[in-house]
Design a protein around this ligand. Structure first.
Ligand SMILES: [Zn+2]
Length: 202
């Protein structure tokens, strides 16, 4: 087992060790939450999205992806269609309605390992990433990646500060996440600083 240490750059000692299994079959929940992927770097977790509040993580197809929180599977859609430029941009999709009132959506999956109405726990594998352009179920992609989005309270939420807070071992309430500041184009938000101010760490 490889262990990667994550440290807050303010040197406040909120860093935690994040164990990464060589063979990923689950993510390790922290206070009820788990990252959607094992081994996420801080740069990956805070990367802006190109279009609307969401996150794209470039990685090899076939990477296990996990439920971030306990909930119920609302959508478990395994598409066999090759994207034709019109419908089905998300491709094979899993959507989870979390017990926290947030809806979590995973796109471009190459495998779906849950069923609609199934209960899941934080860290439970829900499928494998995909997104190889032109492959069945990949949807609209330019390369293998996980597209991940969160909605709650009637709005889109930026996943970046939520995922970062989990990696740092101090999960925030996702409904407290902003819906701006995670889209490419403007000045990127310093999510580390945002968490520092939001959480009022000593
Ligand atoms: Zn995307």
């Amino acid at each position: 087992m490889k262990v990667v240490s994550l440290y807050d750059r303010h040197g406040l000692g909120i860093g935690r060790s994040c164990p990464i299994s060589a063979v990923a079959v689950s993510a390790i929940p922290i206070a009820g939450y788990a990252p959607p992927l094992n081994g996420l770097s801080l740069a990956q977790a805070t990367h802006s999205h190109h279009e609307y509040p969401a996150i794209d993580v470039g990685l090899s197809s076939g990477t296990p992806t996990f439920a971030m929180v306990e909930g119920t599977v609302a959508v478990a859609f395994k598409s066999i269609a090759v994207f034709d430029g019109s419908t089905g941009r998300c491709g094979s999709t899993v959507t989870i309605d979390g017990v926290d009132g947030v809806r979590y959506t995973y796109c471009h999956l190459s495998a779906v390992s849950v069923q609609t109405e199934q209960s899941v726990v934080a860290g439970q594998q829900i499928g494998l990433t995909g997104g190889e352009p032109g492959s069945p179920g990949a949807g609209n992609t330019t390369g293998p990646h996980l597209h991940f989005s969160m909605n709650g309270g009637g709005r889109s939420l930026c996943p970046q500060p939520v995922i970062l807070s989990i990696l740092l071992g101090t999960p925030i309430n996702p409904l407290a996440a902003p819906g701006t500041g995670c889209i490419s184009g403007g000045a990127p938000t310093d999510w580390d600083q945002w968490l520092y101010e939001h959480l009022r760490m000593p």
